[in-house]
Design a protein around this ligand. Structure first.
Ligand SMILES: [Zn+2]
Length: 74
């Protein structure tokens, strides 16, 4: 059961560890996405992730830089 213990460790489940339910609400724990426009990696912050999830949106495909550029272009 190596895999299970790995999962348990990853999500802190099963073995009443010190932190309770803080795995999903960590701050400053973003996700790295690649921008389809400039092919650079950008950080999809956890706060943003929650915002997108709440609104049922799909994660952004462009970095904030390219997004604002597109928005400004007329
Ligand atoms: Zn970009």
């Amino acid at each position: 059961m190596l895999f299970k213990s790995f999962i348990d460790k990853l999500f802190g489940k099963g073995s009443g560890q010190e932190n309770e339910g803080s795995t999903l609400t960590q701050d400053g724990n973003g996700k790295k996405l690649m921008c389809v426009e400039c092919k650079k990696e950008f950080l999809f912050e956890s706060g943003e992730q929650q915002f997108y999830k709440m609104r049922g949106l799909t994660p952004p495909k462009r970095c904030p830089n390219c997004r604002s550029k597109r928005r400004r272009r007329r």
